[in-house]
Design a protein around this ligand. Structure first.
Ligand code: NAD
Ligand code: UDP
Length: 321
Protein backbone atom coordinates (compact mmCIF):
# COMPACT_ATOMS: atom_id res chain seq x y z
CA UNK A 1 0.00 0.00 0.00
CA UNK A 2 1.42 3.39 -0.96
CA UNK A 3 1.92 5.68 2.02
CA UNK A 4 2.63 9.30 2.91
CA UNK A 5 3.87 11.26 5.93
CA UNK A 6 2.16 14.52 6.88
CA UNK A 7 3.85 16.71 9.49
CA UNK A 8 1.50 19.19 11.13
CA UNK A 9 -1.27 16.62 10.56
CA UNK A 10 -3.54 17.93 13.33
CA UNK A 11 -3.38 21.48 12.02
CA UNK A 12 -5.70 23.29 9.64
CA UNK A 13 -4.05 22.47 6.30
CA UNK A 14 -2.35 19.25 7.46
CA UNK A 15 -5.64 17.64 8.47
CA UNK A 16 -7.26 18.43 5.10
CA UNK A 17 -4.18 17.03 3.39
CA UNK A 18 -4.53 13.81 5.39
CA UNK A 19 -8.16 13.55 4.22
CA UNK A 20 -7.15 14.06 0.58
CA UNK A 21 -4.41 11.43 0.81
CA UNK A 22 -6.60 8.85 2.56
CA UNK A 23 -9.27 9.46 -0.12
CA UNK A 24 -6.62 8.70 -2.75
CA UNK A 25 -5.81 5.36 -1.09
CA UNK A 26 -2.67 6.34 0.83
CA UNK A 27 -1.81 5.00 4.25
CA UNK A 28 -1.06 8.24 6.08
CA UNK A 29 1.38 8.68 8.95
CA UNK A 30 0.46 11.91 10.75
CA UNK A 31 2.90 13.73 13.03
CA UNK A 32 2.06 16.70 15.24
CA UNK A 33 3.08 18.13 18.61
CA UNK A 34 -0.34 19.83 19.01
CA UNK A 35 1.30 23.21 19.72
CA UNK A 36 -1.27 25.02 17.54
CA UNK A 37 -3.18 22.04 16.15
CA UNK A 38 -5.93 19.99 17.69
CA UNK A 39 -6.50 16.24 17.68
CA UNK A 40 -10.18 16.82 16.97
CA UNK A 41 -9.18 17.86 13.40
CA UNK A 42 -8.18 14.24 12.75
CA UNK A 43 -10.54 12.44 15.15
CA UNK A 44 -12.58 11.11 12.21
CA UNK A 45 -9.44 9.44 10.80
CA UNK A 46 -8.10 7.92 14.01
CA UNK A 47 -10.39 4.85 14.12
CA UNK A 48 -9.28 3.90 10.59
CA UNK A 49 -6.09 2.18 11.71
CA UNK A 50 -5.59 0.56 8.31
CA UNK A 51 -5.54 4.04 6.69
CA UNK A 52 -4.15 6.43 9.25
CA UNK A 53 -1.78 6.45 12.20
CA UNK A 54 -0.93 9.40 14.40
CA UNK A 55 2.16 10.13 16.49
CA UNK A 56 2.16 13.05 18.88
CA UNK A 57 5.75 14.20 18.53
CA UNK A 58 7.90 17.22 17.83
CA UNK A 59 9.41 17.01 14.31
CA UNK A 60 12.48 18.85 15.60
CA UNK A 61 13.34 15.84 17.77
CA UNK A 62 15.03 12.84 16.07
CA UNK A 63 12.53 10.85 14.01
CA UNK A 64 13.83 7.39 15.06
CA UNK A 65 11.31 7.02 17.90
CA UNK A 66 8.19 6.98 15.72
CA UNK A 67 9.96 5.39 12.74
CA UNK A 68 10.78 2.37 14.95
CA UNK A 69 7.04 1.79 15.38
CA UNK A 70 6.33 1.50 11.64
CA UNK A 71 6.97 -1.72 9.75
CA UNK A 72 9.76 -1.76 7.16
CA UNK A 73 7.28 -2.65 4.41
CA UNK A 74 5.18 0.49 5.12
CA UNK A 75 8.30 2.67 5.32
CA UNK A 76 9.48 1.44 1.93
CA UNK A 77 6.17 2.53 0.42
CA UNK A 78 6.40 6.17 1.56
CA UNK A 79 5.98 8.24 -1.61
CA UNK A 80 5.51 11.68 -0.10
CA UNK A 81 6.45 13.64 2.99
CA UNK A 82 4.43 16.83 3.30
CA UNK A 83 6.34 19.06 5.72
CA UNK A 84 3.60 21.34 7.06
CA UNK A 85 4.57 21.42 10.76
CA UNK A 86 5.12 25.03 11.78
CA UNK A 87 3.24 27.75 13.60
CA UNK A 88 1.57 29.71 10.80
CA UNK A 89 -0.47 32.52 12.31
CA UNK A 90 1.47 35.71 13.12
CA UNK A 91 0.31 35.67 16.76
CA UNK A 92 1.57 32.11 17.16
CA UNK A 93 4.88 32.39 15.33
CA UNK A 94 5.71 35.57 17.23
CA UNK A 95 4.93 33.69 20.48
CA UNK A 96 6.77 30.52 19.33
CA UNK A 97 9.58 32.24 17.44
CA UNK A 98 12.41 29.79 18.20
CA UNK A 99 10.11 26.79 17.68
CA UNK A 100 9.19 28.24 14.28
CA UNK A 101 12.83 28.61 13.28
CA UNK A 102 13.63 25.03 14.32
CA UNK A 103 10.54 23.44 12.74
CA UNK A 104 11.38 24.84 9.30
CA UNK A 105 15.12 24.13 9.52
CA UNK A 106 15.96 21.19 11.82
CA UNK A 107 12.48 19.65 11.35
CA UNK A 108 12.75 19.97 7.57
CA UNK A 109 16.27 18.49 7.76
CA UNK A 110 14.86 15.39 9.47
CA UNK A 111 12.20 15.10 6.76
CA UNK A 112 14.83 15.31 4.01
CA UNK A 113 17.12 12.75 5.67
CA UNK A 114 14.19 10.40 6.26
CA UNK A 115 13.23 10.78 2.59
CA UNK A 116 16.72 9.59 1.59
CA UNK A 117 16.04 6.21 3.16
CA UNK A 118 12.64 5.78 1.48
CA UNK A 119 13.08 7.60 -1.91
CA UNK A 120 10.09 9.77 -1.01
CA UNK A 121 9.46 13.26 -2.37
CA UNK A 122 9.30 16.03 0.24
CA UNK A 123 6.84 18.87 -0.37
CA UNK A 124 7.64 21.83 1.85
CA UNK A 125 4.94 24.32 2.88
CA UNK A 126 6.59 27.66 2.21
CA UNK A 127 4.75 30.95 2.16
CA UNK A 128 4.08 34.28 0.51
CA UNK A 129 6.04 35.70 3.45
CA UNK A 130 9.24 34.87 1.56
CA UNK A 131 8.38 38.01 -0.46
CA UNK A 132 8.15 40.06 2.77
CA UNK A 133 6.55 43.48 2.22
CA UNK A 134 6.76 43.23 -1.57
CA UNK A 135 7.86 46.01 -3.89
CA UNK A 136 6.65 44.11 -6.95
CA UNK A 137 2.98 43.43 -7.51
CA UNK A 138 1.58 40.83 -8.02
CA UNK A 139 4.42 38.61 -6.82
CA UNK A 140 5.91 36.17 -9.35
CA UNK A 141 8.08 33.27 -8.17
CA UNK A 142 11.13 35.02 -9.63
CA UNK A 143 10.81 37.93 -7.18
CA UNK A 144 13.45 37.72 -4.42
CA UNK A 145 11.44 39.63 -1.85
CA UNK A 146 11.82 42.49 0.59
CA UNK A 147 12.27 40.84 3.97
CA UNK A 148 13.43 42.21 7.32
CA UNK A 149 15.76 39.61 8.84
CA UNK A 150 15.79 41.32 12.25
CA UNK A 151 12.20 41.95 13.28
CA UNK A 152 9.19 40.21 14.73
CA UNK A 153 8.18 38.45 11.48
CA UNK A 154 11.75 37.33 10.74
CA UNK A 155 11.43 34.03 12.65
CA UNK A 156 8.79 32.92 10.16
CA UNK A 157 9.90 34.63 6.95
CA UNK A 158 13.56 33.72 7.28
CA UNK A 159 12.81 30.19 8.51
CA UNK A 160 10.79 29.55 5.35
CA UNK A 161 13.50 31.14 3.19
CA UNK A 162 16.08 28.93 4.89
CA UNK A 163 13.84 25.90 4.22
CA UNK A 164 13.70 26.77 0.52
CA UNK A 165 17.51 27.13 0.39
CA UNK A 166 17.89 23.80 2.20
CA UNK A 167 15.75 22.05 -0.39
CA UNK A 168 17.66 23.68 -3.25
CA UNK A 169 21.03 22.51 -1.88
CA UNK A 170 19.75 19.08 -0.89
CA UNK A 171 18.40 18.46 -4.40
CA UNK A 172 21.69 19.56 -5.91
CA UNK A 173 23.80 17.38 -3.66
CA UNK A 174 21.63 14.26 -3.74
CA UNK A 175 19.97 14.55 -7.18
CA UNK A 176 16.65 14.40 -5.30
CA UNK A 177 13.35 15.92 -6.42
CA UNK A 178 11.95 17.66 -3.39
CA UNK A 179 9.63 20.61 -3.94
CA UNK A 180 8.21 23.81 -2.48
CA UNK A 181 4.73 25.34 -2.50
CA UNK A 182 4.49 29.04 -1.62
CA UNK A 183 1.12 29.26 0.05
CA UNK A 184 -0.73 32.59 0.14
CA UNK A 185 -3.43 33.34 2.76
CA UNK A 186 -5.74 30.34 2.97
CA UNK A 187 -8.79 29.89 5.20
CA UNK A 188 -11.57 27.43 5.87
CA UNK A 189 -13.04 24.95 8.34
CA UNK A 190 -10.75 23.56 11.08
CA UNK A 191 -8.89 26.82 11.61
CA UNK A 192 -8.71 27.21 15.34
CA UNK A 193 -11.04 29.89 16.74
CA UNK A 194 -7.97 31.23 18.53
CA UNK A 195 -5.81 31.20 15.41
CA UNK A 196 -5.86 35.00 15.09
CA UNK A 197 -5.68 35.13 11.29
CA UNK A 198 -8.00 37.49 9.55
CA UNK A 199 -11.07 35.61 8.36
CA UNK A 200 -11.44 33.27 11.31
CA UNK A 201 -10.83 36.17 13.71
CA UNK A 202 -13.39 38.42 12.01
CA UNK A 203 -15.99 35.64 11.99
CA UNK A 204 -15.32 34.77 15.61
CA UNK A 205 -15.69 38.41 16.66
CA UNK A 206 -18.86 38.84 14.59
CA UNK A 207 -20.41 35.70 16.08
CA UNK A 208 -19.60 37.00 19.56
CA UNK A 209 -21.21 40.33 18.59
CA UNK A 210 -17.93 42.16 19.16
CA UNK A 211 -16.39 44.78 16.86
CA UNK A 212 -13.99 43.52 14.19
CA UNK A 213 -10.42 44.55 14.97
CA UNK A 214 -8.46 46.22 12.19
CA UNK A 215 -4.72 46.65 12.53
CA UNK A 216 -3.47 49.73 10.70
CA UNK A 217 -5.55 51.63 8.16
CA UNK A 218 -7.23 48.52 6.74
CA UNK A 219 -6.04 49.59 3.27
CA UNK A 220 -3.47 46.76 3.19
CA UNK A 221 -4.43 43.98 0.78
CA UNK A 222 -4.42 40.21 0.58
CA UNK A 223 -5.98 37.47 -1.56
CA UNK A 224 -7.75 34.57 0.14
CA UNK A 225 -7.84 30.96 -1.00
CA UNK A 226 -10.47 28.49 0.23
CA UNK A 227 -8.91 25.37 1.73
CA UNK A 228 -10.25 22.84 -0.81
CA UNK A 229 -8.73 24.87 -3.67
CA UNK A 230 -5.40 25.04 -1.87
CA UNK A 231 -5.26 21.32 -1.10
CA UNK A 232 -6.07 20.49 -4.73
CA UNK A 233 -3.12 22.68 -5.73
CA UNK A 234 -0.77 21.01 -3.23
CA UNK A 235 -1.78 17.56 -4.48
CA UNK A 236 -1.28 18.61 -8.11
CA UNK A 237 2.14 20.01 -7.24
CA UNK A 238 3.16 16.82 -5.38
CA UNK A 239 2.09 14.76 -8.37
CA UNK A 240 4.21 16.85 -10.76
CA UNK A 241 7.97 16.54 -11.13
CA UNK A 242 8.48 20.23 -10.35
CA UNK A 243 11.12 21.10 -7.76
CA UNK A 244 11.07 24.88 -8.03
CA UNK A 245 8.73 26.92 -5.83
CA UNK A 246 5.22 27.60 -7.13
CA UNK A 247 2.72 30.14 -5.79
CA UNK A 248 -0.64 28.79 -4.60
CA UNK A 249 -3.40 31.18 -3.55
CA UNK A 250 -6.52 33.07 -4.53
CA UNK A 251 -7.17 35.53 -7.35
CA UNK A 252 -9.16 38.38 -5.89
CA UNK A 253 -7.16 41.12 -4.17
CA UNK A 254 -9.14 42.82 -1.41
CA UNK A 255 -8.39 45.34 1.33
CA UNK A 256 -8.83 44.33 4.96
CA UNK A 257 -11.62 46.95 5.15
CA UNK A 258 -13.35 45.22 2.25
CA UNK A 259 -13.18 41.88 4.08
CA UNK A 260 -14.63 43.59 7.16
CA UNK A 261 -17.52 44.96 5.05
CA UNK A 262 -18.27 41.49 3.66
CA UNK A 263 -18.23 39.87 7.09
CA UNK A 264 -20.41 42.68 8.52
CA UNK A 265 -22.81 42.27 5.62
CA UNK A 266 -23.13 38.53 6.19
CA UNK A 267 -24.09 39.31 9.82
CA UNK A 268 -26.80 41.80 8.81
CA UNK A 269 -24.52 44.81 9.38
CA UNK A 270 -24.89 44.40 13.14
CA UNK A 271 -21.20 44.50 14.06
CA UNK A 272 -18.83 47.47 14.09
CA UNK A 273 -15.10 47.86 13.58
CA UNK A 274 -12.31 49.13 15.83
CA UNK A 275 -8.89 50.32 14.68
CA UNK A 276 -5.60 49.39 16.32
CA UNK A 277 -1.95 50.20 15.64
CA UNK A 278 -0.49 48.38 12.61
CA UNK A 279 1.78 45.44 13.38
CA UNK A 280 5.51 45.67 12.61
CA UNK A 281 6.54 44.96 8.99
CA UNK A 282 2.98 44.10 7.94
CA UNK A 283 3.01 43.51 4.15
CA UNK A 284 0.98 46.27 2.51
CA UNK A 285 0.06 44.64 -0.82
CA UNK A 286 0.02 40.92 -1.45
CA UNK A 287 -1.28 38.92 -4.39
CA UNK A 288 0.20 35.87 -6.07
CA UNK A 289 1.12 35.92 -9.72
CA UNK A 290 -0.47 32.56 -10.51
CA UNK A 291 0.43 32.35 -14.21
CA UNK A 292 3.11 29.73 -13.75
CA UNK A 293 1.04 27.56 -11.39
CA UNK A 294 -2.01 27.68 -13.65
CA UNK A 295 0.11 26.58 -16.60
CA UNK A 296 2.11 23.85 -14.85
CA UNK A 297 -0.65 22.49 -12.60
CA UNK A 298 -3.50 22.71 -15.18
CA UNK A 299 -6.39 22.08 -14.81
CA UNK A 300 -5.89 23.31 -11.23
CA UNK A 301 -7.57 26.66 -10.66
CA UNK A 302 -9.03 28.18 -7.48
CA UNK A 303 -12.81 28.10 -7.85
CA UNK A 304 -14.38 29.28 -4.58
CA UNK A 305 -14.81 33.05 -4.34
CA UNK A 306 -14.42 35.00 -1.11
CA UNK A 307 -18.12 35.58 -0.40
CA UNK A 308 -18.95 31.91 -0.82
CA UNK A 309 -15.94 30.87 1.25
CA UNK A 310 -16.88 33.26 4.07
CA UNK A 311 -20.42 31.82 4.10
CA UNK A 312 -19.12 28.24 4.21
CA UNK A 313 -16.69 29.07 6.98
CA UNK A 314 -19.31 30.96 9.00
CA UNK A 315 -21.69 28.00 8.67
CA UNK A 316 -19.00 25.60 9.85
CA UNK A 317 -18.22 27.81 12.86
CA UNK A 318 -21.94 27.97 13.74
CA UNK A 319 -22.14 24.18 13.63
CA UNK A 320 -19.11 23.88 15.94
CA UNK A 321 -20.78 26.02 18.63
P1 NAD B 1 -1.78 25.35 11.83
O1 NAD B 1 -1.19 26.10 12.96
O2 NAD B 1 -3.23 25.06 11.87
O3 NAD B 1 -1.01 23.98 11.61
C1 NAD B 1 0.34 23.78 11.89
C2 NAD B 1 0.47 22.45 12.62
O4 NAD B 1 1.85 22.14 12.86
C3 NAD B 1 -0.21 22.46 14.00
O5 NAD B 1 -1.05 21.33 14.12
C4 NAD B 1 0.94 22.40 14.99
O6 NAD B 1 0.58 21.77 16.20
C5 NAD B 1 1.98 21.64 14.19
N1 NAD B 1 3.36 21.87 14.61
C6 NAD B 1 4.00 23.06 14.78
N2 NAD B 1 5.28 22.86 15.14
C7 NAD B 1 5.46 21.51 15.21
C8 NAD B 1 6.56 20.69 15.55
N3 NAD B 1 7.75 21.20 15.89
N4 NAD B 1 6.39 19.34 15.52
C9 NAD B 1 5.19 18.80 15.18
N5 NAD B 1 4.12 19.53 14.86
C10 NAD B 1 4.24 20.88 14.88
O7 NAD B 1 -1.40 26.19 10.51
P2 NAD B 1 -1.73 25.92 8.97
O8 NAD B 1 -2.36 27.13 8.43
O9 NAD B 1 -2.38 24.61 8.80
O10 NAD B 1 -0.24 25.85 8.37
C11 NAD B 1 0.34 24.64 7.94
C12 NAD B 1 1.61 24.94 7.16
O11 NAD B 1 1.28 25.71 6.00
C13 NAD B 1 2.65 25.73 7.93
O12 NAD B 1 3.93 25.25 7.59
C14 NAD B 1 2.48 27.14 7.41
O13 NAD B 1 3.67 27.89 7.51
C15 NAD B 1 2.07 26.89 5.96
N6 NAD B 1 1.31 28.02 5.41
C16 NAD B 1 -0.02 28.19 5.71
C17 NAD B 1 -0.70 29.27 5.17
C18 NAD B 1 -2.17 29.51 5.42
O14 NAD B 1 -2.68 30.52 4.95
N7 NAD B 1 -2.91 28.63 6.09
C19 NAD B 1 -0.02 30.20 4.37
C20 NAD B 1 1.34 30.00 4.12
C21 NAD B 1 2.00 28.89 4.62
N1 UDP C 1 -5.68 41.65 10.55
C1 UDP C 1 -6.61 42.52 11.10
N2 UDP C 1 -7.46 42.05 12.05
C2 UDP C 1 -7.44 40.76 12.49
C3 UDP C 1 -6.48 39.88 11.93
C4 UDP C 1 -5.61 40.36 10.96
O1 UDP C 1 -6.67 43.70 10.73
O2 UDP C 1 -8.26 40.41 13.35
C5 UDP C 1 -4.80 42.14 9.47
C6 UDP C 1 -3.31 41.92 9.69
O3 UDP C 1 -2.76 43.02 10.39
C7 UDP C 1 -2.80 41.83 8.25
C8 UDP C 1 -3.95 41.14 7.52
O4 UDP C 1 -5.12 41.37 8.31
O5 UDP C 1 -2.64 43.11 7.69
C9 UDP C 1 -3.76 39.64 7.34
O6 UDP C 1 -3.40 39.11 8.59
P1 UDP C 1 -3.28 37.56 8.91
O7 UDP C 1 -2.89 37.46 10.35
O8 UDP C 1 -4.50 36.85 8.48
O9 UDP C 1 -2.12 36.99 7.99
P2 UDP C 1 -0.80 37.62 7.32
O10 UDP C 1 -1.17 37.86 5.91
O11 UDP C 1 -0.41 38.86 8.05
O12 UDP C 1 0.19 36.53 7.50
Amino acid sequence: MKSAVVTGAAGFLGSHLCDALVAKGYFVIGLDNLSTGDKKNISHLLPQTDKFIFFQCDVVEPWEKWVAQISASVLQQVEYIFHFASPASPIHYKRLSLETLWANSVGLGHALNFAQSTSARVVFASTSEVYGDPEIHPQPETYWGNVNSFGERACYDEAKRFGEALIYSFNLKHQSQHGIVRIFNTYGPRMSRDDGRLIVNFLKRAQENKPLMIYGSGQQTRTFCYVSDLIAGVMAYANSNICEPLNLGGFEEVTILDVAERVKHSFGDKVGVEFFEATQDDPQRRKPDLRKSLEILAPWRPSIGLDEGIERMAEWMRQCD
